[in-house]
Design a protein. Structure first.
Length: 260
């Protein structure tokens, strides 16, 4: 590090273009706010356009009066054509992609014996295939020093506490995909690829689920759900130059669940 660099400078995303999928709700909405505060220009993608437009209007005001540059794209990441269209919007507006955050995801809580082929396929199509299609579409636009962050899950590393075969398989696959893309792209193209693996966080999906809260209290070292800001910090680290010597790895932000 340059001795004149302030400690927080490597965590900044000024003049960097970030494509974020699954941005319309939940953790993705919080990610968009955190990336904007870090200085990024944003291309936000999700299936729900109205929510994206509301978020874009909020971010355009910017913290402290600064205006965040934002483009929104209605897209279903399970469609390779939609993923290509997101990349084209980024290319047209900004000319490049410096960071790709593959956050779009869904899950089901269904016993494996009762999971339908359609339900299983849908989860894999969005959580795993969608991350691949987006990475493939954005890679030609990513200069040396860029970063891909795949939002996986602690359940890609440990057994789930509830029946979630499709979700667990998709997230374990995403961890494997992360390692492969890092091996292919880090040395030859200068693109780092890492997985961010959240545990259980307070979000729209988990609020009101007291049985899950009881499990988390009993089976994590910190004994509680995580909070959005605790995951935001990890995302900004992996997206920014602060993690310039980190690739091919999984950063678990799980309150110690995976260590028990």
């Amino acid at each position: 590090m340059n001795p004149d660099t302030r400690p927080a400078d490597p965590f900044r995303l000024d003049n960097r273009v970030v494509v974020l999928t699954g941005a319309s709700s939940g953790l993705g909405r919080g990610f968009a706010r955190a990336l904007a505060v870090a200085g990024a220009a944003l291309v936000l993608a999700a299936r729900r356009l109205e929510q994206l437009e509301q978020l874009a209007a909020e971010l355009a005001g910017g913290p402290g009066g600064e205006r965040t540059q934002v483009e929104v794209v209605r897209a279903d990441v399970s469609s390779p054509e939609d993923c290509q269209r997101v990349a084209e919007v980024a290319a047209t507006r900004f000319g490049r992609v410096d960071v790709l955050v593959n956050n779009a995801g869904l899950g089901t809580v269904v016993p494996a014996s009762k999971e339908t082929p359609e339900g299983f396929r849908q989860v894999i199509e969005v959580n795993l295939n969608g991350a691949f299609w987006m990475s493939q579409a954005c890679q030609p636009l990513m200069p040396e020093g860029s970063s891909v962050v795949n939002v996986a899950s602690v359940l890609g590393h440990v057994a789930p506490r509830f029946p979630q075969a499709a979700y667990t398989a998709s997230k374990a696959g995403l961890v494997g995909l992360t390692r492969d893309l890092a091996q292919e792209w880090s040395g030859r193209k200068g693109i780092r690829v890492n997985a961010l693996c959240p545990g259980y966080f307070d979000s729209e999906m988990t609020r009101g689920q007291e049985p899950l809260r009881d499990v988390v209290a009993a089976e994590t070292m910190l004994g509680r759900f995580g909070e959005q800001h605790e995951l935001d910090a990890a995302l900004v680290f992996l997206a920014s130059p602060a993690s310039s010597y980190v690739t091919g790895t999984s950063l678990l932000v799980d309150g110690g669940m995976s260590a028990l």
